[in-house]
Design a protein around this ligand. Structure first.
Ligand code: KG4
Ligand code: ZN
Length: 347
């Protein structure tokens, strides 16, 4: 059964809406980034994020409908991000989704944010089919997951502390770069010399697929402490940091492919935009007779298209929510089951 699903994403600092049609695919996709609002605070301020979602969300739904030339009566269901994320921000999306579902008399479903990311590659023509290994690297998450199908996820490894994007952002701050620091640090690293600062490759010496980036951050703190860094030295630090993090991500990804016997890696999340990571993954996976697939950046970073797509799978299988509004700040991916299975809703 195919449906026309409205997707809503408000888990962090992007307000996003999309319309996904089971037959035609994506027919509207809008993202409003709140980065300018949070920049002066040097990071996301949860309460400001919630308030901005309140102001932006409904006008964006209206704009998406008119862009696609769709009347609300044509909507068959609504999917919203129910977690994990900032609880106030999540509640804005949850409340609006439930209110619209009530007003339009259509079913509503809460979607796991990471399930959205894991299924997002399917929005691309030529996307690899299941099974594949996903490397999810963003500001909030760093994990390797074996994706066997919709709702069939096995976490292979996760960060024990900071996410990869968070490590980029914190190191950028240390070097006096603005927020968000990842792209600025990557740009600075372009001018740095490799090997001048040889930072540790976190947890590469140990078996297993978990990550830890706080030690790397500390190594950078120690290296720059008490020193007046000129521009050349700052670029060298940035380069050394980037080399260490990229080497770690690529090596663990290769290990994950080997452990699962799979040959396809799908990369998602903002850090997936990093040029050095993309080049290293492409080259080292090719050498291992595997391949890396990078969805276009707008499907890698937070968006509502992936939420609408994931929601479509579940709504079309007959999953429905009962009355309570769903939103939870913490939610393990391990609790998901394939669409339509018994006990599929963990709440
Ligand atoms: O997926 P995303 O847009 O948002 C969430 O975290 O949900 O990821 C943002 C993260 C930030 O930490 C940002 O610094 C990082 O991705 N990032 C990068 C690059 N572009 C974005 N990190 C390294 N190199 C980049 N080119
Ligand atoms: Zn995300």
């Amino acid at each position: 059964m195919h449906m026309l699903v409205l997707g809503i994403e408000t888990s962090c600092d992007e307000t996003a809406v999309a319309l996904y049609d089971g037959e035609k695919g994506l027919v509207a996709n809008r993202v409003f980034s709140q980065v300018e609002l949070h920049r002066r605070h040097g990071g996301v301020v949860p309460e400001l994020a919630s308030r901005e979602h309140i102001v932006r969300l409904l006008p964006m739904v209206e704009a998406a409908l008119s862009e696609a030339g769709i009347e609300p009566q044509a909507i068959d269901g609504i999917a919203y991000t129910a977690g994990p994320g900032l609880i106030g921000a999540l509640l804005v999306g949850a409340s609006v989704a439930r209110a619209l579902g009530y007003a339009w008399d259509v079913p509503v479903i809460g979607v796991h944010h990471l399930e959205g990311h894991l299924l997002a590659p399917a929005l691309e023509p030529g996307a690899p089919g299941f099974p594949f290994v996903a490397l999810q690297v963003s500001g909030g998450h760093t994990l390797l997951v074996e994706v066997g199908g919709v709702g069939r996820y096995r976490i292979l490894g996760e960060t024990q502390d900071d996410a990869a994007g968070e490590a980029f952002d914190k190191t950028a701050k240390l070097l006096g770069l603005g927020y968000p620091g990842g792209p600025a640090l990557a740009a600075l690293a372009e001018h740095g010399r490799p090997g001048v600062f040889d930072f540790p490759r976190p947890m590469l010496d140990r078996p297993g697929l978990d990550f830890s980036f706080s030690g790397l951050k500390t190594a950078v703190v120690v290296a720059v402490r008490g020193r007046e860094l000129d521009d050349v030295a700052r670029a060298d630090v940035a380069r050394g940091f980037e080399e260490a993090i990229v080497d770690t991500l690529v090596t663990k990804s290769l290990r994950a492919l080997k452990a699962t016997g799979l040959d396809t890696l799908v990369v998602a999340g903002g850090v997936g935009a990093n040029r050095r990571l993309r080049e290293a993954l492409t080259a080292r996976l090719a050498a291992a007779r595997a391949r890396a697939f990078f969805p276009r950046p707008e499907f890698c970073t937070d968006n509502a298209a992936m939420i609408a797509l994931a929601g479509h799978h579940r709504l079309a299988a007959g999953e429905r929510e009962d009355l309570p509004v769903r939103a939870q700040a913490r939610w393990s991916l391990d609790e998901l089951r394939p669409p339509g299975s018994e006990g599929t809703r963990p709440f």
